[in-house]
Every structure is written in C-alpha cells, then in structure tokens.
Design a protein around this ligand. Structure first.
Ligand code: PLP
Length: 459
C-alpha cells in the first residue's frame, strides 16, 4: 500500500514542467526551486509513510510556491515599533535621518577615502572623519570610535589596565542586558575588579582605601537602566578625578547613553553629557552612538590625547573598529549637532522624544476607525493616555506622556491579537498590558503605510 502511494508521487521533472512555476523559476532561479521541491517531496514521502493521503500535483505546486515565498522573505525586516519604548534595543534602537542613511549607502556602493588622506595622497586614518567633529562637540582633545560602547569600555580597560586592578563602586556593577555586565567586561579586558563601597553608599574614602600599587584606573559607570534612591551617596566626578590624578591613575567614565546636548532645553529629563564629564576631569568618557545620540551603532571614546593614542595603538582597536558605512552615517549625524536649534526636526530620536501628546492623540483618533474595522466584531478600540519610555538604559525612571490605541476583545486573547499584528506584511509590535493590547503611537510616523496595510485585512 505504502509502496504504491510512494510510487504515485510525481517526479521532480514532471512538477517542474507545471507552467505555474515559470514565474517562480524566473524570480528565484532554477536551483532554489529544485532544492525546495526536493525538500517538499521528502516531507511528502515521510507523510505518506505515516499514512497520509497522496497530494495531487496541483497541491504540491501550490505548497512549493508558498515555500518559495517564505524562502525569499528577508529575515531582517522593517517593523512598526508601537511598544512605547523609543530606543528599543530589540527593534534596532535609534533611527537614522535619511541623509545619514544616504551617506552610509553611498560609501557602500562606491569607493571612499576611508583611510586615505586626499591632500597628501597617502594612507590616512579612518577615525579622522569623526575625530575633529567629536572634539568640537565635546571639548575633548582626541576621540576614536569602535563597534559599540561595550567595545569602547573593553578597549579602554584593556589598553589602560590590563593585568592590573580597577576599582568600581558596588552601586555601579551594572548589567545592561544581553550579556553586558561590568564585572564580566572588566575580567574580559584582563583586569581585576576591585569592588568599592556598598550598593547604596560609596564614599571617596572607600576608593582611597582600595587604591594600591596594582591599581591602574578608576572606572565610573553610569547607572543607566536603574536608579538607586533613598539613603545613597557617591563621590562627585570631580572628586574621583582629583583622587585618580593625585595617585597617577586614569579616570574613565562609562556614560552609557550620553547626550551631546542638554535635553532639558526641550523639556526632557536631564541626561549626563560627555562635555560635563570631561569638564569634571574625566580622562576618558565612553558612550553609545545609537542611544540618545541618535546615530548608528557605535562606541565613542573621547578624552586626553595621550590616552586616546594608547587605545588607538591597542590590537583590540583593530578588532573593534567601525566599518565605513557607520562612519559615514555617524559623521552625518554628528554634523546635525553643529546646529542644535534644528535638531528636534532633523534627528528622528529627538523628534520622537519631543512629540507632543496632542499630536499623538490626534493621530490615534484618526487611525481608530481603520483599526476598529480591522479588529472586527466584539472588539473595542479606544484612544487612551499612556506613557512612553526612552529605552536602551537611558533615563530609566522618567516617563513621557503619550497616547495609545487600546484593543480589548471578547473574542480573542491579547496574545493572539498581538500575534496577528506581528503577522501583517509590516509587522506591528505592540505591548500587552492588563488584558489588552496597547499601541503607543509616539513612534508611528508612517501613518499612511500603517493605515494602508489594515485595509482589506481583518483579525
Ligand atoms: C548601553 C550601555 C553600555 C553598552 O553600550 P552598547 O553600545 O550597547 O554596547 C555600556 N555601559 C552603559 C552604562 C550603558 O548604558
């Protein structure tokens, strides 16, 4: 019986002659179509052996076309971030302005003076495209850029303190998420962590006691994704800098996000700046390119020339260096900071963070009918106040008032609604909260595209 059913499976060649496969072969190429067909027939053979009925050739062709569609769909795709977290690490953090993306695209498809001095006609430095701008914007003597801020901290510690001790306050032994934990980074850099003080209170005298002949640098880490409140104490940066310098040590400050402008001028909460840290006496300051700065993924290191030069000559610098596309994008974003007045219009991160509740609520009201139609009967769609957060370990306790579309259904569980929204052509990433699905519209700028994909579809 099984043998007969197996013998009835159409051959690869016969199926390939089906005219409905012609456009698929033209689009995907014959090799991929044949490979997917073989996999499909293998699966079908397996199903027949466990008692399934033989599929007609037409059904196999339809299944093959569906498989090819999935195969051709990119894995990395655009989504709508309606989670209410502006700098969402899992959704790609900061969004670049169009001109920064164009700057990156240009050097990806054309040759560029990446490490070439156009004036002298000889080898140049890839960091030269960023250094002058970073120095101008932060007041630093020198600057370099690497793959990300984790890489920046790793490089700084490896270059300045390999094989030696680094005191860090117990209140600052942070885990950022993923696998970035300060104790692990210190160890990976080949340094010995010297824990100082307590979780809530660390004093200058604790650092003084911890410093010995083995100490190479004092590391301060910005508590970016949590807050220690109540009975707390930590020495001022200027005190730590003075102590480090009196003992001949380097003072390194990992700011995490770090903003290149004072955000309070736009009514946003204050975030420490590299300028402030350098002015307080830090020798090196590290921060991310794709958090509040609003650029591509990068780790920026600014500070004293002698120390930056030491990092530049370290073998890890080569391993962690930034690629030309991101250098192009970062240069473009940094240039926007030369005109800070116009930043909220030109830098997407700041534009989204400064969006008004009135603007977001009006957008929610406009989209509500289309979403309600999409959700269908027994489902309630309402406009509700909500709060957004900055995300990516920036300003952890501050919340931004916003507006959301709230979906509550008597027919479907919130998780099922959220899943259906993720299955749309441009997946919509929402938040499930108190038995409902919430779409915080702060980060929705493509109103037309969002509305268009709801049309003709339903939950
Ligand atoms: C985010 C963060 C990092 C890691 O930065 P990446 O750019 O994600 O590598 C390191 N330190 C602090 C304090 C941070 O907030």
């Amino acid at each position: 019986m099984v043998a007969m059913r197996l013998a009835a499976i159409p051959s690869v060649d016969r199926i390939l002659q089906d005219p409905r496969l012609e456009p698929a072969i033209a689009r995907h190429g014959r090799s991929l179509v044949v490979a997917e067909l073989r996999l499909l027939l293998d699966e079908h053979r397996g199903a027949l052996k466990s008692g399934a009925a033989p599929a007609p050739a037409a059904e196999l062709v339809a299944a093959l076309l569906a498989r090819l569609q999935v195969c051709a769909r990119p894995s990395l795709r655009r989504v709508y971030n309606l989670t209410g977290t502006v700098l969402h690490t899992n959704l790609g953090r900061a969004l670049l302005p169009a001109e920064a993306a164009q700057a990156a695209a240009l050097v990806l498809v054309e040759p560029a003076n990446l490490e070439y001095d156009l004036e002298r006609g000889e080898r140049g430095e890839r960091d030269a495209h960023l250094e002058a701008l970073l120095c101008r914007l932060t007041g630093a003597e020198a600057a370099i850029a690497v793959n990300n801020n984790a890489g920046a901290v790793l490089l700084a510690l490896h270059a300045l303190a390999h094989g030696r001790e680094v005191p860090v306050s117990r209140g600052e032994l942070v885990e950022i998420g993923g696998s970035f934990r300060i104790p692990d980074i210190v160890e990976a850099a080949g340094c010995r962590l010297r824990e100082v003080g307590t979780t809530n209170r660390t004093h200058l005298r604790d650092y003084e006691k911890a410093i010995g002949p083995q100490t190479a640098a004092i590391l301060k880490v910005h508590a970016s994704n949590y807050a220690v409140v109540g009975f707390t104490a930590a020495p001022a940066e200027a005190e730590l800098a003075a102590l480090a310098h009196a003992r001949g040590l380097a003072f390194v400050n990992d700011l995490g996000s770090g903003s290149l402008v004072d955000l309070t001028r736009w009514g946003l909460p204050a975030e420490p700046t590299p300028m402030g840290s350098l002015a307080a006496g830090a020798d090196l300051v590290t921060f991310s390119g794709d958090k509040l700065l609003g650029g591509p993924q990068a780790g920026l290191i600014v500070g004293k020339r002698a120390l930056v030069d030491k990092l530049r000559g370290n073998p890890l610098k080569r391993a962690l260096r930034l690629d030309k596309a991101r250098i192009g994008a970062l240069e473009s974003v940094l240039r926007l900071y030369l005109d800070p007045e116009r930043l909220p219009e030109r830098l997407p991160t700041l534009r989204l963070l400064t969006r008004t509740v009135a603007d977001i609520s009006a957008l929610a009201e406009r989209l509500r009918p289309a979403l309600h139609r999409f959700c269908g009967a027994q489902t309630e769609v309402s406009v509700q106040p909500c709060v957004s957060q900055v995300g990516s370990g920036s300003l952890p306790v501050d919340r931004l008032p916003s507006a959301a579309l709230r979906i509550a259904s008597a027919r479907l569980k919130p998780a099922a609604i959220a899943q259906a929204l993720r299955a749309l052509p441009i997946p919509v990433i929402s938040r499930v909260h108190e038995d409902a699905v919430w779409l915080d519209l702060r980060c929705l700028e493509d109103e037309a595209g969002f509305a268009a994909q709801l049309q003709g579809q339903s939950l």
